[in-house]
Design a protein around this ligand. Structure first.
Ligand SMILES: Cc1ncc(COP(=O)(O)O)c(C=O)c1O
Length: 512
């Protein structure tokens, strides 16, 4: 056992006394728990570079005071039962005698604390939880088989990678998958493997947005992205969404009124979050034109469009034109499982411009935009688990991914139908729902003459969890609290049809 002790040779306190006090404090504070074996005196003397008698003197005193005990043939241990009086002394010793230190946060840290803090989820009995796939239906045995295969093949997965963009075979597999299923146009060298959507947006904000820059977000829109840009210090224009997604005329109008150019716009065109609207082709083309004319970039968050029920998957915005000004983000959180923490960012092919600090002149750099994303990723957290990347590569190239998606699409479609039927049966025309064409959630609006809080509270009391849509609405700029009144996000992917029917029955009883 390594015992972290520090003896100060300059101190006038004898070394055995220093040692005695430090071991005693470690016992009283619980750092050395009861029955913990202590290092042998010879070994400790060697590691601290002191004489063995120094160690013996301090051990003897701790033994005589009842902190330590010896067991013949086994060594010296912390006493199993510490006398009450010693524990009281410990309480005194560990009680803070000085006020906790106050730390000055950076501007970023302060903007972060201005946001509502993340709260751990409660677990009601039946939770219409959003953002989860059904983990019980995941082909775990197959995943384990692929894992064993890679673990046995070699030990490269234990090392750092040389590739700052992520494993090349995985990037190739993703580029091919995206071309096939989402009509995304990209080369594997435009693909950066990330720890999911959140990291992709974080890197974009770091590399492309300065504090004070103006950006545009959908309203309502994905709150986790809004938080990233707000913490970054961006000025946010909230662009209203209607049943066809982001309103391009409103974007153009607010952009004209803005004193600073809009650097980028964040959209969820294939399944607007949280309303579920599908951005029609005409608006997609308008958006691309707007971006080109204004020198802005579009972030396309394509988070769950693999699950489309009422029509064929629609092609991504990114692939509508060659060299589109689109940063395309996808994630395996919904296709597979969120704990995997693997996603991807497709970066447009572009060179970068940098300012020379001495002359303020714009310089063209030989680096491309994707190179810089790779560097930022490497600096931030190096790379994703190489073992997981290798497993995922096989999972995609051997056809398991698309097979899994097809199977889950049928299952989620059944669950969604069960939810919609149960809602209609229980609430009739007092409930409206949006976004049923795709994804793993619907947006529900109750019209029951009950306040938002009452609906939430009564549901919770009946053991039913509903996700509050209010979080994703930005109040101000033409939108007030009434826009989200009675609106809840109902995720259905994790619950089977029986649980869904029972949950809605109980909800109806609680709200009647
Ligand atoms: C709009 C949107 N984008 C992306 C994600 C997935 O994010 P991540 O890949 O960071 O888990 C979610 C998750 O729920 C989401 O709602």
């Amino acid at each position: 056992m390594d015992l972290a002790l520090h003896l100060n040779l300059q101190d006038t306190t004898p070394l055995h006394q220093q040692l005695y006090e430090q071991i005693r404090d470690a016992i009283l504070s619980g750092r050395l728990p009861p029955e913990q074996r202590l290092p042998a005196s010879r070994a400790l003397a060697q590691s601290l570079q002191v004489s063995r008698s120094t160690i013996s003197l301090s051990y003897d005193r701790l033994l005589s005071e009842g902190y330590l005990e010896t067991r013949v043939g086994s060594g010296t241990f912390v006493c199993a039962q510490l006398p009450e009086t010693l524990l009281q002394a410990g309480a005194i010793a560990s009680s803070p005698s000085i006020a906790p230190t106050t730390i000055q946060l950076s501007d970023y840290g302060q903007r972060l604390t201005a946001q509502p803090a993340w709260q751990p989820e409660e677990r009601p009995e039946i939770h219409f939880r959003y953002g989860r796939s059904d983990m019980d239906l995941f082909p775990l045995a197959l995943w384990r088989k692929l894992q064993s295969r890679h673990m046995a093949a070699n030990r490269q997965w234990m090392d750092y990678t040389q590739d700052t963009l992520g494993s090349r075979p995985l990037r190739e597999a993703i580029a091919q998958y995206l071309a096939r299923s989402r009509a995304v146009r990209c080369h594997p060298d435009q693909v950066l493997i990330t720890h999911g959507t959140q990291q992709a947006v974080q890197l974009i904000a770091q590399l492309l947005i300065n504090p004070g820059d103006t950006i545009a977000l959908e309203n309502p829109g994905y709150v986790s992205s809004r938080k990233i840009f707000q913490a970054r210090g961006a000025k946010v224009l909230s662009i209203p969404v209607d049943s066809d997604g982001i309103q391009i005329e409103r974007l153009e109008q607010q952009c004209r009124q803005s004193t600073a150019p809009v650097r980028l716009v964040f959209v969820t065109p294939s399944h607007q979050f949280p309303t579920g609207a599908l951005l029609p082709l005409s608006r997609r083309l308008q958006l691309l034109t707007w971006a080109r004319q204004n020198g802005a970039l579009i972030i396309e968050d394509d988070y769950d469009s693999e699950y489309r029920y009422s029509s064929r998957p629609i092609p991504a915005l990114q692939g509508l034109e060659a060299q589109s000004p689109v940063l395309y983000i996808g994630t395996f959180a919904k296709m597979l499982f969120p704990g995997l923490r693997i996603g991807y960012l497709v970066v447009p092919e572009a060179n970068i411009q940098s300012e020379s600090p001495s002359t303020n002149a714009s310089l063209s750099s030989s680096q491309t935009l994707i190179d810089v994303f790779g560097q930022a990723r490497w600096l931030s957290d190096r790379h994703s688990s190489l073992l997981d990347q290798a497993i995922l590569t096989d999972f995609i190239t051997e056809g398991h991914l698309e097979r899994h998606i097809r199977r889950m699409r049928l299952c989620y479609a059944r669950r969604q139908r069960a939810l919609v039927n149960a809602l209609e049966e229980a609430f009739g025309n007092r409930v409206q729902f949006l976004g049923a064409a795709a994804g793993l959630h619907i947006l529900v609006q109750f019209d029951l003459g009950l306040s938002h809080e009452a609906i939430h509270g009564r549901a919770r009391a009946a053991g039913i969890g509903l996700e509050n849509a209010r979080l994703h609405y930005s109040v101000g700029a033409g939108m007030d609290e009434s826009a989200s009144e009675g609106k809840f996000i109902l995720g259905y992917a994790e619950l089977d049809e029986v649980a869904i029917a029972l949950g809605i029955q109980r909800l109806a009883a609680a709200l009647s």
